[in-house]
Design a protein around this ligand. Structure first.
Ligand code: NAD
Length: 486
């Protein structure tokens, strides 16, 4: 029995669009986008449904979440095909998304069972306690790259804790990042009105942030858009969780075992075509290993296959669209013009960008005689399969280079001395740290989030979701009315 019915995707008022397969340019389905008027209608329906949902027994909410997790597995083939064709995922990444989204649902089901608050001491003869209460309607704005997980990580806990949700997926992944989740929750028995899916652009996202019924915004996307969402949310006095961009450092210390390190190094920059917020954007390698590292990473990059992940077994699929490809290519070209050496890749066919290794990615050297600028593929987030590599000579220099970025999302360190790496990592503040592993890691039980330009320090995952998707109420109870001086 199939899960998805394309007729459900034609009800919005923002105009017609198509779900497009980036690998071929083929239209996979017709759909409609949301208009701001759809936002008001969805939030009104969500607010009405939420009042009853919040009063339902926690067991009932948990059961819906558990069924949703089971259904993600049951419909894995159908949802997986959409993740492969609409998002350009290789099959392994699609499998990871389904598994992780299901785990998000199971973890969320467990949240519904958690204690609701604390009994507090009080200086007065009264019962004093706090309770967590649902916030009401939560607005979720999600990006195209890991569309199912990055929607599910907010949708599932928000629903489990008694909220309603209006989800705005990126229009390029409207089905696998939006309609698929709605269909799963409908089949799981989620009462009508509690989850709305409104694919649309920035204007729809802004309408969601401004809507007075929405009390919490959970935004995942670029730092530029996050700044604007944060400012708008502040103007409307609502809480915004902002999970933003990155340019994460991957440090290879002089004692690293390169035989063991090259797989993690390649995965760090090339997994899902580098379109991951945690992608390693800066490989910082001890000078004694540098030339060998560049050569081996380039050899590995050259051996990877790039192609249509639906019709062939490949390591990398297409990037999401022409705009993304042009941005990646411009950053690589400008860096090459500035003196950076292209050790592998740097070419593309259609939307298939070859995994690329940029050696001598040193913006200061690139500023020297004969160069025409800095090295933007190193200093900026590329969001493509590009691994800029740069040498360091001392640990202090490695720390200084790692800290040069304005982002603070993930850090990976490869060394035989984990204790030394822990000490080193204390000098490089990031939200996520992985020793002897690469930067792209996510598990639903872990508190995920970045610092500095990578976010506001907000966290998703595990117990962090209790704070992210509820309000707190302080309550006192006396047996008789209190007496005051007048
Ligand atoms: P983007 O910011 O352009 O879009 C993300 C989402 O926000 C989309 O749904 C988009 O339609 C919407 N949007 C864009 N502008 C908006 C606005 N002004 N108001 C409201 N909504 C708006 O991001 P992108 O380039 O499509 O995605 C890649 C970016 O997302 C990268 O910077 C990446 O690092 C980041 N990202 C971060 C995380 C994380 O957890 N930290 C995870 C994945 C991606």
């Amino acid at each position: 029995m199939t899960l998805l019915d394309p007729k459900d995707w034609l009800t919005l008022h923002g105009g017609p669009a198509e779900a497009v397969e980036p690998a071929t340019g083929q239209a996979l389905a017709e759909l409609t986008l949301a208009a701001p008027a759809d936002v008001a209608e969805a939030t009104a329906s969500a607010a009405a449904a939420q009042r009853d949902w919040a009063r339902r027994p926690y067991t009932e909410r948990a059961a819906v979440l558990r069924r949703a997790g089971d259904l993600l597995h049951r419909h894995a083939a159908e949802i997986g095909e959409w993740l492969v064709r609409e998002a350009g995922s290789i099959q392994g990444k699609a499998d990871f998304e389904i598994r992780t989204a299901a785990e998000e649902c199971y973890e969320a089901a467990a949240l519904a069972h958690r204690p609701l608050g604390q009994v507090l001491p009080s200086g007065a003869p009264r019962l004093s306690y706090t309770t967590r209460v649902p916030a009401g309607v939560v607005g979720v704005i999600a990006p195209f790259n890991v569309p199912l997980v990055l929607a599910a990580r907010s949708v599932a806990p928000a629903l489990a804790l008694g909220n309603a949700v209006v989800l705005k997926p990126d229009p390029r992944t409207a089905v696998c990042g939006g309609h698929a989740l709605a269909a799963v929750f409908a089949e799981a028995g989620l009462p009508e009105g509690l989850l709305h899916v409104l694919p649309g652009g920035a204007d729809t996202g802004q309408a969601l942030v401004e809507d007075p019924r929405v009390r919490i915004i959970s935004f995942t996307g670029s730092t530029a858009a996050g700044r604007s969402v944060g400012a708008l949310a502040a103007r409307h006095l609502k809480r915004a969780h902002l999970e933003l961009g990155g340019n994460s450092a991957f440090l290879v210390l002089e004692d690293a075992d390169l035989d063991a390190a090259m797989s993690t190094a390649a995965w760090a920059s090339f997994f899902h075509q580098g379109q991951v917020c945690m992608t390693a954007g800066r490989h910082l390698v001890h000078a004694s290993l540098y030339e060998e590292y560049v050569a081996r990473l380039a050899e590995k990059a050259d051996a990877l296959t790039v192609g249509d992940p639906f019709r062939a077994q490949v390591h990398l699929g297409p990037v999401i669209d022409r705009g993304q490809l042009d941005k990646i290519d411009a950053l690589v070209r400008e860096s090459a013009a500035a003196g950076v050496r292209i050790a592998a890749g740097g070419t593309h066919e259609g939307l298939f960008y070859r995994p690329t290794v940029l050696a001598d990615a040193d913006p200061s050297a690139a500023d020297g005689p004969g160069s025409v600028g800095t090295c933007p593929a190193y200093t900026q987030e590329v969001f493509g399969p590009v691994a800029p590599v740069r040498a360091f000579h001392t640990v202090d220099e490695a720390v200084a280079l790692a800290n040069e970025s304005s982002y603070g999302l993930a850090l990976g360190i490869v060394t035989r001395d984990a204790a030394r790496a822990l000490e080193l990592a204390e000098r490089i503040p990031t939200g996520l740290l992985h020793l002897n592993d690469q930067t792209v890691n996510d598990e639903p039980v872990a508190a995920f989030g970045g610092s500095a330009d990578s976010g506001t320090g907000s966290r998703f995952g595990g117990d962090a979701n209790l704070d992210a998707f509820t309000e707190t109420r302080w309550t006192t109870v006396r047996a008789t009315p209190a007496a005051y001086p007048f």
